[in-house]
Design a protein around this ligand. Structure first.
Ligand code: DPP
Ligand code: ZN
Length: 844
């Protein structure tokens, strides 16, 4: 399949003035009638006429009322057209029931739904399916189903039909349609200018008791966007729909957001605290897209980070405001390192704004989303809060209603703040995670920090230019008092020195505070300095980071050198966990060890071959050591923070549950599972029930509870996903593949539901020691199932191939086995474009 390049962008030849769509819904033969008013684009270089269209049966086509016979290919159609504006009418037939790819119009548990981002609209009808063609849509849906929804405001409805009109011009990727036997949780919101908005969360019967939290999250998001960004909602109605079969988390279609049911449905009994927090964040994210994505959209798909990076940044600000700012920052950095650094350091590395692709679905990545958000965070640090506020308001004023580029985005910052962003722009074009090496010296009251940046080569990119790296640093004196508060250094050269004068003694630096740039910090330090920062740093992120680095160096010494657990780490951990002035959520994060993948990367970075089995054993030994050393303190701590009484998903009690669940996992290693069994029996919420089950499984017990759990929840799909996942996630290395294989044979395992597939095989990929078990069973099993899924759902298959992206890191045997599986997939005769591109890039 052909490669598409950013450099080849040309404006559309034809613009669309308005679109009327009529849907006659039927599972096997839906008819879509389109009436589209085209006008020549004055900026175009040609008047050639091409409409994208895939997997459509063209019934008829007319231009200005006269029948035409277009030339149809598998990608679309061409046709001779008039010189000036004309009316295009077409009728096509599609089969939603046969659509298992979950792109375009499809059926999920009896409801019709759509997913058009990025290029799904072309599976609905012939159209210029590109984001820079924006138009006003009017939609008529004909069906006997009781609830018929589309974008915008409802303008008519009657027996067997409904009509919707969206006054805001939009690209086709924001089109949506839903039809089903649905129930709504209704709500309302009055905007700050006094406009009443009808709100609904639509679900299938039986789920109506799981919508309250999403509704409240929506109202909070609407208010927050008014308060913080001055953005008001712009239609009379806002609908959210929960769908079981969905490739992604959710989709920001104008006025009709469609959600994976896992990202909207929640009740205390069925959803964990982490689920509640994620739902709140995704509701906010999709709502915030109404301005950053919908009112101002992307010119082309290379600009995806324009809407995604900004919207992730906005939803992170929202979560920090609603909950704990440090806890949110720590979680985001964990996620960034776990997913984005991993991507940036391997064969799938690409710039935040990619320059080429075969299948755009493969670029909805941690780099575009999470690094894209980090880039905006850096921009905000560099220009300050005021500068950021002015620039963003200018962006809304200048570009409302347009399809924009990263150049447009940076220009508003330059115009609003006077700052030249030429060098900063490299963050968008250079892939790879910069390494910042820090050295320091002290003489005569002056402390000097020298920073050096190294930009690694990535596929297709070498000899990179230095980037602008905002480096926040604070200094502590030997007593632990802060002598220099957080100061922003701007590293713009390959190497630069910064002096701090007038100090009385050599300070202890607290570098890269708040993780002020998405870089790897290489700073020769020792466990004493880490323990000092763990005890004294005023920057909560760096305090956590010091503990993390201590844990990591202790673990690496244990795994690679057979040493016993480091005393400085265990002492520091005890002090932190028992410090009642600290937020329980923060303490829970401090208790979690660096992941197996993190440790594997640490070995690889040090030029050593990671041994997944040894890493697993090292973490187990460390957990047991922590459990034993803290054994005297754990039960009392657990009892002090155990939350009883009515459940609330708020950050306070959620933090306590996170802490007690982390403690319970440790306690279960020494008490024979008694405390976990008691928590399991008493739990009236999923957080504590699942936490107890996980603690039991982690201690090699819990078979009875596992069976009881399945019995209790067999009718709740989302809870059963947890049941599938936890068994694979907690399986011992030698049992992981067999556990996953057995679960995949069950009747309630289905290839057509991405959540269920990810529950089993996403968990297998996450269980590093299991996936990389020396038998090769993990590799083989995952490949077997990806091969089965690809013909049905290319998008999810391609995404899950990334489990293999670190293959070059391992020993010759493992490398060979992974390569063989990748080549086996690559050789399939009918491999999808999605999976073909991914496997090809991973093999390199
Ligand atoms: N645009 C969606 C989101 O990130 C993904 N399909 O919200
Ligand atoms: Zn998004």
């Amino acid at each position: 399949s052909p490669t598409i390049y950013l450099a080849d962008y040309t404006p559309p030849n034809w613009l669309v003035e308005e679109v009327h769509l009529t849907f006659r819904l039927a599972p096997r033969s839906t008819r879509v009638l389109s009436r589209v008013r085209f006008a020549p684009n004055p900026a175009a270089m040609s008047r050639a006429f091409f409409l994208e269209g895939e997997e459509l049966t063209l019934i008829s086509a007319r231009i200005d009322g006269a029948e035409v016979k277009p030339e149809v290919t598998p990608e679309g159609l061409t046709c001779a057209v008039p010189d000036g504006p004309f009316l295009w009418e077409a009728e096509v037939e599609i089969a939603p029931e046969a659509n298992t790819a979950l792109e375009g119009l499809y059926l999920s548990n009896g409801m019709y739904t759509t997913q058009c981002e990025a290029q799904g609209f072309r599976k609905i009808t012939y159209y210029p399916d590109r984001p820079d063609v924006m138009s006003v849509f009017t939609v008529r849906i004909e069906s006997d189903l009781p609830v018929l929804l589309s974008n915008g405001n409802r303008v008519a409805q009657g027996d067997g039909f409904a009509e919707w009109h969206d006054p805001w011009p939009k690209p086709a990727y924001l089109f949506a349609l839903v039809a089903g036997d649905l129930l709504a949780l209704p709500g309302s919101f009055t905007t700050r200018s006094g406009k009443a908005v009808e709100l609904n969360v639509w679900v299938r019967k039986g789920d109506e008791d799981k919508c309250d939290f999403a509704m409240e999250a929506l109202k909070k998001s609407m208010k927050w966007d008014e308060d913080v960004y001055g953005r008001e909602y712009d239609l009379d109605i806002f609908n959210i729909v929960a769908v079981d079969d969905f490739n992604m988390g959710a989709m920001e279609n104008k006025g009709l957001n469609i959600f994976n049911s896992s990202a909207v449905l929640a009740s205390p009994e069925t959803a964990t605290d982490a689920n509640f927090e994620r739902i709140e964040a995704i509701i906010a994210h999709e709502y915030f897209h109404n301005w950053t994505g919908n009112r101002i959209t992307c010119r082309d798909w290379f600009q995806l980070c324009l809407k995604e990076g900004l919207t992730v940044f906005r939803d992170a600000q929202f979560t920090a405001d609603m909950r704990s700012e440090p806890v949110k920052r720590i979680s985001d950095v964990l996620d960034l390192r776990g997913r984005q650094f991993r991507e940036d350091g391997g064969p799938l590395a690409h710039p935040v704004r990619p320059e080429s692709f075969k299948e755009i679905n493969n670029f909805y990545t941690a780099t575009v989303y999470e690094k894209g958000a980090e880039v905006i965070g850096m921009l905000k640090r560099l220009v300050g809060d005021d500068g950021y506020g002015k620039a963003v308001q200018l962006y809304f004023d200048r570009h409302d209603g347009q399809a924009c580029t990263i150049e447009d985005w940076l220009k508003v910052f330059e115009d609003a703040t006077g700052r030249d962003l030429t060098q900063f722009k490299r963050w968008y074009s250079q892939a790879g995670t910069p390494v910042v090496t820090m050295t320091d010296s002290y003489a005569d009251g002056t402390y000097t920090v020298t920073l050096k940046q190294t930009l690694p080569d990535t596929p297709g990119q070498t000899d990179k230019q230095p980037q602008v790296i905002p480096f926040a640093i604070g200094l502590l004196d030997p007593s632990g008092a802060e002598v220099v508060p957080t100061t922003l250094l701007e590293l713009t050269e390959r190497e630069q020195s910064f002096a701090f004068e007038g100090l009385k003694a050599r300070p202890v630096p607290s570098p890269l505070r708040g993780f002020s740039a998405p870089v790897v910090l290489d700073h020769a330090t020792d466990n004493a300095a880490r323990a000092f920062l763990l005890a004294h740093d005023t920057d909560p992120f760096n305090r956590w980071e010091a503990g993390r680095q201590l844990a990591k160096s202790a673990l690496v010494a244990m795994i690679g050198g057979g040493q016993s657990p480091d005393a400085a780490y265990l002492d520091g951990l005890r002090a932190l966990v028992t410090d009642e002035t600290l937020d329980p959520a923060f303490r829970a994060l401090a208790l979690s060890l660096p992941s197996e993948d993190d440790l594997a990367q640490a070995f690889a970075d040090a030029g050593r071959t990671p041994d997944p089995q040894a890493i697993w054993e090292g973490r187990e030994a460390m957990r047991s050591a922590v459990a034993e050393v803290l054994a005297d303190a754990l039960p009392a701590l657990y009892a002090r923070h155990l939350v009883t009484g009515p459940y609330s998903p708020e950050a306070g009690p959620a933090g306590k549950r996170a802490l007690t669940n982390a403690l319970l996992a440790l306690i279960s290693r020494t008490d024979g599972g008694a405390a976990a069994r008691a928590q399991y029996a008493a739990a009236d919420n999923m957080t504590q029930q699942l936490g107890a089950l996980s603690a039991l499984l982690g201690a090699g017990q819990g078979a009875e509870e596992l069976a009881a759990f399945a019995d209790q929840w067999r009718h709740e799909r989302l809870v059963m996903d947890k049941w599938f996942m936890i068994q694979v996630a907690q399986a011992r290395p030698e049992a992981a593949a067999a556990t996953a294989a057995a679960l995949a044979e069950r009747d309630d395992f289905t290839l057509t539901n991405p959540n269920r597939f990810r529950a089993v095989f996403g968990a297998l990929a996450m269980n590093q020691a299991g996936f990389h078990h020396a038998s090769g069973d993990g590799y083989r099993l995952l490949a077997d199932w990806l091969i089965r899924l690809d013909p049905l759902n290319p998008q999810t298959t391609a995404r899950m191939c990334s489990a293999f992206q670190t293959w070059r890191r391992y020993d010759a045997d493992r490398k060979e086995m992974m390569q063989a599986q990748l080549e086996r997939i690559a050789a399939l005769p009918k491999l999808s474009r999605d999976t073909g591109e991914m496997v090809g890039r991973i093999l390199g």
